[in-house]
Design a protein around this ligand. Structure first.
Ligand SMILES: Nc1ncnc2c1ncn2[C@@H]1O[C@H](COP(=O)(O)OP(=O)(O)OP(=O)(O)O)[C@@H](O)[C@H]1O
Ligand SMILES: [Mg+2]
Length: 296
């Protein structure tokens, strides 16, 4: 008997994907429109976990945190931050925070500040820095990053800088190792549907501003996996949404693993430009009895 999960309503195929769902207003049922006029300080809004007690401030510094502005005639109009809030609420249920190990990543601190001085790495660090410094522009244009190299060379560290920049800019982000994402998709087939079902999860995943896929190519390749990855990448490619990904595989190996149609789209999203991470596994540096790393 096959261990593959059942295909679910879409089968992972682009041709079978539904039309874009009608735009919902995930905040509408929570934000009391009538009660906003005259609101003073920060107001209660749902955070991505659905906690309606979180105190909000306007990320753009324009409104009082309610997402609405009141003119002289007491008429409410949406603040520019409202669309971002709607997108964030829509992205709820996705893994969107940095893992503990990478939470403190910064260009100003080791290991990244050290990497920036290493001959085989400085150009890659420079490219990631430029991406982070222009994060809004990059995400609006659907540009991504492709970080390629052996284990323990700093790929995830650099990719996390991009995710951090996007989060700090108030953009929506989903961060998954590829095998974990596929496991999560499998779980949605066991759900009854609704917010936990495949359609809702797929919709959230393809609509975040940045999808960070770690360890692409580390998954066991099956037809089902290929279909899932293609469906996600193709939809984001069509909608000009960014993907940042890391992989241990070079381009021919990645093509072998995830398929040429998926890789072709990733190449265009990342401007045809894999950023190489050279050198040896830095984790062995911390292994008991390991000597200092040798120059590459
Ligand atoms: N060039 C470097 N200089 C110093 N420390 C580094 C360097 N590159 C990575 N490290 C350290 O090595 C560890 C692994 O880094 P990271 O997780 O970014 O590697 P990776 O390339 O994503 O590996 P993998 O392919 O196995 O996922 C981390 O502790 C990181 O701080
Ligand atoms: Mg990694």
């Amino acid at each position: 008997m096959s261990s593959e999960p059942k295909r679910g309503p879409l089968g992972g195929l682009r041709a079978a994907l539904p039309e874009e769902p009608a735009e919902r207003d995930p905040l509408g049922s929570v934000l009391p429109r009538g009660g906003i006029a005259g609101a003073g300080g920060p107001v209660a809004v749902p955070d991505p976990s659905g906690d309606v007690t979180a105190r909000a401030t306007c990320p753009l510094g324009i409104c009082d945190g309610s997402g609405w502005l009141i003119d002289e005639e007491d008429t409410a109009r949406p603040c520019d931050c409202r669309q971002r809030r709607i997108e964030r609420a829509r992205a709820s249920g996705l893994k969107s925070s940095l893992p503990k190990r990478y939470r403190g990543v910064s260009f100003d601190r080791p290991p990244v500040s050290d990497m920036a001085r290493q001959p085989g790495l400085s150009a890659t660090v420079g490219a990631v820095r430029r991406y982070c410094e222009t994060i809004d522009e990059q995400l609006d244009a659907g540009h991504g990053l492709w970080l390629m190299g052996g284990p323990g060379t700093g790929k995830t560290t650099l990719a996390m800088l991009a995710s951090k920049a996007a989060i700090d800019a108030g953009r929506t982000v989903a961060i998954y190792s590829t095998p974990a994402l596929l496991a999560r998709i499998r779980q949605t087939f066991d759900a009854e549907g609704g917010e936990d079902g495949y359609l809702a999860f797929f919709d959230r995943l393809v609509n975040v501003d940045l999808l960070h896929l770690d360890d692409l190519g580390a998954e066991r390749s099956t037809d089902w996996v290929l279909e899932q990855l293609y469906a996600i990448v193709d939809r984001r490619y069509n909608d000009e949404r960014s993907i940042v990904f890391t992989t241990n595989l070079d381009e021919p190996e990645l093509t072998e693993q995830v398929g040429s149609r998926t890789v072709s789209r990733l190449i265009e999203i990342c401007d045809g430009n894999p950023l190489p991470l050279l050198g040896q596994d830095r984790r062995v540096e911390f292994a008991p009895g390991a000597g200092p790393p040798q120059p590459s």
